[in-house]
Ligand binder design. Structure first.
Ligand SMILES: [Zn+2]
Length: 192
């Protein structure tokens, strides 16, 4: 059995500890092309009640992977150190694989938007990422922002992509039903 950190960070990146602030981050060791795999998250799967029982702070080591299901890192490592940003350069392929969303230059910090993975309020925090797109606060409802649907299309965690597809289908149904309702109303008018 492999005795290493739960999450795998590929050799194209490395974790760094800022000894002054205690902040842990992940940086690109070389130029990375769109679609390249950066990390694969691992650990133990827990449900919402089990996650709550683990107490505060566990959110830092947790990724939601499906409805009411969470992946908790059980052995810390640099793969767990990838920070949130509101204007990220990485996103999901599936539920646990992080890939480059665009070209990433050597030395650049690798980040993803936690809205790509989180669909419940277990890990909400104030954000100071400094981006012009910074939302100020990261919440479990951020995935509902339709601007993010367009920006992160193809990079949401699979279960959130499914939620979004269902909402988009409902909106499309509403849109295509609207003219029919109008026609019915016109048709129902008494003839002069
Ligand atoms: Zn931000």
């Amino acid at each position: 059995m492999h005795e290493g950190p739960s999450s795998h960070l590929c050799e194209l990146a490395e974790g760094r500890l800022d000894t002054a602030t205690g902040q842990r981050s992940v940086f690109a060791l070389r130029d990375i092309s769109p679609g390249e795999v950066i990390a694969v998250f691992g650990g133990s799967i827990v449900d919402a009640a089990q996650l709550a029982a683990l107490g505060p702070g566990v959110g830092n080591y947790t990724i939601q992977v499906d409805e009411e299901l969470y992946l908790v890192s059980t052995s810390d490592g640099p793969g767990d150190w990838i920070n949130h940003a509101c204007d990220p350069n990485a996103g999901f392929r599936g539920q646990i694989t992080l890939v480059a969303m665009r070209s990433i230059a050597r030395g650049e910090e690798i980040c993803f938007d936690y809205a790509m993975a989180d669909g419940s309020p277990y890990d909400e925090f104030a954000c100071g990422c400094g981006s012009l797109r910074c939302r100020g606060r990261v919440t479990g409802d951020d995935w509902k922002d339709t601007r993010l649907w367009a920006r992160y299309a193809g990079y949401f965690s699979a279960y959130l992509a499914r939620r979004i597809a269902m909402l988009e289908a409902a909106r499309e149904e509403f849109r295509s039903a609207a003219p029919r309702r109008m026609v019915r109303r016109v048709a129902g008018r008494p003839r002069a």
